[in-house]
Write a protein that binds this ligand. Structure first.
Ligand SMILES: [Zn+2]
Length: 529
């Protein structure tokens, strides 16, 4: 980087001396002025066109790409997760207990809130129950969310406070886990989670410092925009307040939780154009594979007779779609199982054609679903990391259904808008690990939900999921590109090829720029070769 780049105050630059991937093609140089990409081309033409005050920034032979976009993550839950008991990869009840005890030693009076357990990783393949948690504490609330966020286990203290017993009916869109005699096991699924008193559930809400830290960490991966799903009033107020102070490290596009619809009127004026905007409304058609609440056409292979559940009534979903579209917002419907996909597609098809409609996850798409998808063609927002994270999927779905899971190549071939995302905290925020999963479809141990090489993507296709396609999914097709007219959101990588960047991940990110301003610079000594 030249000295001028080190000053980094002008909202732009003439980027030369490397290679620029615009999202469409490669160029020698890029000109960003007033926060907007104004030209790409040869070094000579860019230098000739630049304004006199625009600094020249030499990228030292490296590669420059559009800023990355995560089209679907949960901002508050991601912030909270770093303050909760981390139960990811816990393999035994003893380890679960040890992690909770360790956390308790520094959080003496707080309720115990944790997340990340997965019974498929536990040695006995059984989810923890209230009995396991009661052995840890009966005089303090314990709420432990499953990795997917669609199930949780609570101790008896919480069950008593919720007044849940054998006679309590399952809520609409949810389920209470029960023993053979009908008494609650402490496991709660989907809508039943909402009955946990909010004061415990959100025991560790983020503050402004935590928000700033979180956005800074996103920028260190090269992320310049995010879709903040299930946003509630607290989150919107905090982010907008921060955005009014000055430009954010990462642009935030809210998808308001369908439950928070009424608050929109009082929140909408807080938005800051280009920084913290309302993009859409998020509603749930079903749950998750892990919790066996994803809604299937035929029963789970490992739970005969169970087909999952409809997380919202048809009426609720219909209202969410119409409510969003009347206000120019994007309806974003969570659908994982093939039955949920068909229901959502039917609702989309019934209504007059909207500007842009999203299906979140679109995980299971057998031929019968693809046929309907072809007619409706919504934008699909997927999480490539799930291909490796859900390596146990064959247990749930059996063959041949697993073959129809996470069909990214099939979607691209059919010309769908396919956006990439992390669904953080359900999987790591790291967009590079997502791209790697989209390309390799296996983790280092070779595990995969559906390893089919026919569904794997090239590095450039994987990048398109996290750039132009994700921009389109946020309702901003100008994002995720460095073609003239796009915002000057870019990442300088310390490598020469996209393949190398994906292999190296975050370590390849030297700098991240948003709207022509530098928002991240790798610490020296932490630079890519
Ligand atoms: Zn999500």
């Amino acid at each position: 980087m030249g000295d001028e780049a080190a000053m980094g105050n002008a909202e732009g630059g003439a980027w030369v001396g490397g290679r620029v991937f615009t999202g469409v093609r490669y160029a020698e140089a890029l000109l960003v002025e007033d926060g907007i990409a104004v030209a790409t081309g040869s070094r000579r033409s860019v230098l000739r066109n630049k304004g006199t005050g625009t600094p020249v920034r030499d990228v030292g032979g490296h590669l420059l790409i559009p800023g990355l976009i995560d089209a679907h993550l949960h901002l508050s839950a991601t912030m909270n997760a770093s303050r909760q008991v981390d139960l990811k990869d816990v393999t035994s009840r003893r380890e679960l207990r040890a992690r909770i005890e360790r956390w308790r030693s520094s959080h003496s009076s707080e309720p115990v809130v944790g997340r990340g357990w997965n019974e498929e990783v536990l040695q006995d393949h059984r989810p923890p129950t209230r009995r396991d948690l009661d052995a840890i504490s009966t005089d303090r609330p314990i709420v432990l969310e499953r990795i997917c966020g669609h199930a949780a286990v609570v101790n008896s203290y919480v069950l008593d406070a919720m007044e849940l017993d054998r006679s309590s009916p399952d809520p609409v869109g949810g389920r209470i886990g029960r023993d053979s005699d009908g008494s609650p096991t402490g496991l709660l699924y989907d809508a039943a989670l909402e009955q946990v008193p909010a004061r415990w559930w959100r025991a560790v809400t983020g503050n402004e410092t935590a928000l700033a830290q979180t956005l800074r960490s996103f920028a260190s991966y090269g992320l310049t925009s995010i879709g903040a799903m299930d946003a509630g009033p607290e989150e919107v107020v905090a982010v907008c307040r921060r955005a009014r102070v000055g430009p954010l490290k990462v642009g935030v596009h809210f998808f308001l939780s369908a439950r928070a619809r009424e608050s929109f009127t009082s929140l909408r004026d807080r938005a800051v154009v280009g920084e913290a905007e309302f993009a859409g409304v998020k509603a749930y058609a079903d749950g998750s594979f892990g919790a066996r609440t994803a809604w299937l056409r035929a029963s789970y292979a490992d739970a005969p007779g169970e087909v999952g559940l409809a997380a919202s009534s048809e009426d609720e979903l219909r209202t969410s779609i119409d409510w969003a579209e009347v206000r120019g917002l994007i309806p974003a419907l969570h659908a994982i199982g093939d039955r949920a996909m068909l229901e959502v597609l039917r609702l989309f098809r019934e209504r007059p054609r909207g500007r842009l409609r999203r299906i979140e996850h679109a995980s299971l798409t057998p031929p019968a679903v693809l046929k309907v998808l072809d007619q409706v063609r919504p934008c699909l927002v997927v999480q490539p990391a799930f291909v490796v994270d859900d390596w146990w999927l064959k247990e749930r779905l059996g063959m041949p259904r697993t073959r129809w899971a996470y069909r990214f190549r099939s979607f691209l071939t059919r010309g769908y808008r396919l956006a990439g995302s992390s669904d953080s905290p359900a999987s790591s925020i790291d967009p590079w690990s997502g791209m790697q999963a989209a390309m390799d479809r296996r983790d280092r141990q070779g595990r995969s939900a559906n390893p089919s090489p026919r569904e794997s993507l090239s590095a450039e296709e994987a990048l398109s999921l996290y750039t132009s396609n994700a921009g389109a999914a946020l309702g901003h097709p100008e994002l995720g590109s460095l073609e003239p007219g796009s915002p000057g959101d870019l990442v300088v990588l310390g490598v020469h090829t996209l393949e190398d960047a994906v292999r190296l991940g975050r370590d390849s990110v030297l700098e991240c720029w948003r709207r022509g301003r530098r928002v991240h610079r790798a610490r020296s000594g932490h630079r890519a070769p």
